[in-house]
Design a protein around this ligand. Structure first.
Ligand code: NAP
Length: 464
């Protein structure tokens, strides 16, 4: 029997496990996660109001319930957990599918002022990630600026623009629901540094902003028209052309009767976050006097090569809350090579490269392999490529001696995994919490203690 560890139980990890059991009759796969819950960004990244995408969990579940696949949660690999070299000795092969855990930085003055957060911090909070802190994101805010025009920016904009009736039935943790339901944020400005035809959001996600019950989308036709791709979209790829059509619709028929406003702005690049009680002026040192009050942008213009150049003209946009949504970034894994410029592990068709040479038995798939791009489905072919490489290596890998059951070895190292019955117990606890709160469905547990306490009830008989 070939024993393979897959580190990470998000889509790339689960698709890797699926390919392994489909393509090899004699493989046992342990899908390991540092959290007690599976599904990675499907659980902790997909927005709570995107039930249809979240329902993908049902497909991932059937893989994790396969007779030759086992879920081992609450098993950290690396510092403070099981060293990667030790893990490597327990299996014939290890596939790292750990995603891109950090966020990109803007590198501008004032970036870390109180009230300025990365979108990933905000998303983790409303998605109940047990490491997320309640930063009081919306407590004192009436206006918000979202920097970036990708799908994550659209997600956080939409969550800020939804009211209690829309948020209640989601699985959002109770504290985040209460805070967002009480939010007084009325103006949300989502800002791109390039033109509308260069935005990274997809059309379905963009269009959804226009369908919110109590939020109107506002665009400035003159600003949109600075983009040659907006004035003549005929040469644009299909997604961008459709995006432009949606924006044109809003330009023609702005909705001004809603109580919340979403402004989509373009050709503005952030140069500084300004604090309450101080103003450094363009290019000066940021004031640290108080919480953020505005974002200073430089107006840009197309450079004719797909990029933009600065114009030396500046505009301040008021914001009590700033969400920086400029992409994810992979983080180095203890004991594995890392390319800091791309935030990925160097690889050849999924085989980890150490100093340019294939390291037998170590593989990568998903965002840590190709960078933080693409939709969930992009992970399918990515995982398949890696698994085909691994299976080509089986003659070499299978000759290495490995212990019988890695779980016994893990326990000997002081690691006590949450296995599938533990996860199912967490699911039951979340359903019970939702019912007791009358939220109309599951409500997620948001802290380590509650998750692990729920997992420990796995062996306890259930009431009929
Ligand atoms: P993204 O798609 O890479 O978008 C990042 C945005 O940040 C871009 O607009 C980019 O502008 C901007 N940006 C980067 N550096 C900047 C800077 N220094 N100043 C100002 N703006 C800057 O990243 P994402 O939104 O985090 O999404 C990550 C991946 O997850 C994407 O593949 C996305 O489609 C996927 N996702 C999908 C869904 C869904 O399908 N519903 C939901 C969430 C996420 P430039 O283009 O000018 O660089």
């Amino acid at each position: 029997m070939l024993r393979v560890a897959v580190v990470g139980s998000g889509p790339s990890g689960v698709y890797t496990a699926q390919n392994l059991v489909q393509l090899h009759p004699d493989v046992l796969v342990d899908v390991i996660d540092r959290l007690p819950c599976p599904y990675g960004l499907v659980r902790y990244g997909v927005a709570p109001d995107h039930e249809k995408i979240k329902s993908l969990q049902n497909n991932l579940r059937t893989v994790l319930e396969h007779e030759r696949v086992r879920f081992l949660g609450a098993v950290p690999i690396g510092p403070g957990g099981l060293p990667a070299e030790r893990l490597r000795k327990l299996y014939h092969a290890v596939v790292y599918c750990v995603g891109a855990a950090a966020d990109r930085r803007l590198g501008i003055p004032g970036e870390d002022l109180p009230g300025s957060w990365s979108a990933t911090q905000f998303v983790s909070w409303y998605s109940a990630h047990p490491d997320a802190a309640d930063e009081g994101f919306v407590r004192d805010a009436r206006s918000a600026v979202v920097i970036g025009v990708g799908n994550v920016a659209v997600d956080v904009t939409r969550m800020l623009a939804r009211g209690p009736a829309e948020l209640g039935p989601t699985d959002m943790p109770q504290a985040a629901f209460r805070a967002l339901a009480a939010s007084r944020v009325r103006d949300i400005c989502m800002v791109g540094r390039r033109g509308p035809s260069q935005a990274r959001f997809t059309t379905k996600e963009l269009r959804e902003l226009g369908g919110l019950p109590d939020a109107g989308v506002l665009v400035d036709p003159a600003e949109l028209a600075l983009d040659p791709g907006y004035t003549d979209p005929s040469a644009l790829p299909a997604v961008q052309r459709r995006n432009v059509e949606v924006l044109r619709g809003w330009a023609r028929a702005p909705r001004e009767d809603a109580s919340r406003r979403i402004r989509l702005r373009f050709f503005l690049r952030p140069v500084e976050l300004l604090a309450d009680g101080g103003d450094s002026g363009p290019g000066g040192a940021a004031s640290t006097a108080g919480p953020v009050r505005a974002v200073r942008f430089e107006r840009t213009e197309p450079d004719g090569r797909g990029g933009v150049r600065g114009t030396g003209r500046f505009e301040d946009v008021e914001a009590h809350l700033v969400l920086r949504s400029v992409g994810y970034r992979g983080v180095p894994l203890d004991g594995l090579p890392f390319d800091a410029s791309s935030g990925t592990v160097p690889h050849l068709a999924g085989r980890v490269l150490r100093a340019g040479v294939v390291a037998p038995g170590e593989y990568v798939a998903g965002w840590i392999k190709r960078g933080p791009t693409g939709v969930i489905g992009t992970n399918r072919p990515c995982a398949k490529e890696t698994v085909l490489s691994l299976l080509d290596d089986v003659p070499v890998l299978a000759s290495a001696p490995v212990p019988g059951d890695p779980v016994a070895a893990l326990r000997a190292e002081g690691v006590d995994p949450v296995e599938w019955p533990g996860w199912r117990a967490i699911e039951r606890a979340e359903a019970a919490l939702g019912a007791s709160l009358g939220r109309g469905g599951v409500v997620k547990l948001a802290d380590w203690e509650s998750l692990l306490a729920a997992a420990r009830t796995a062996g306890v008989p259930q009431a009929p």
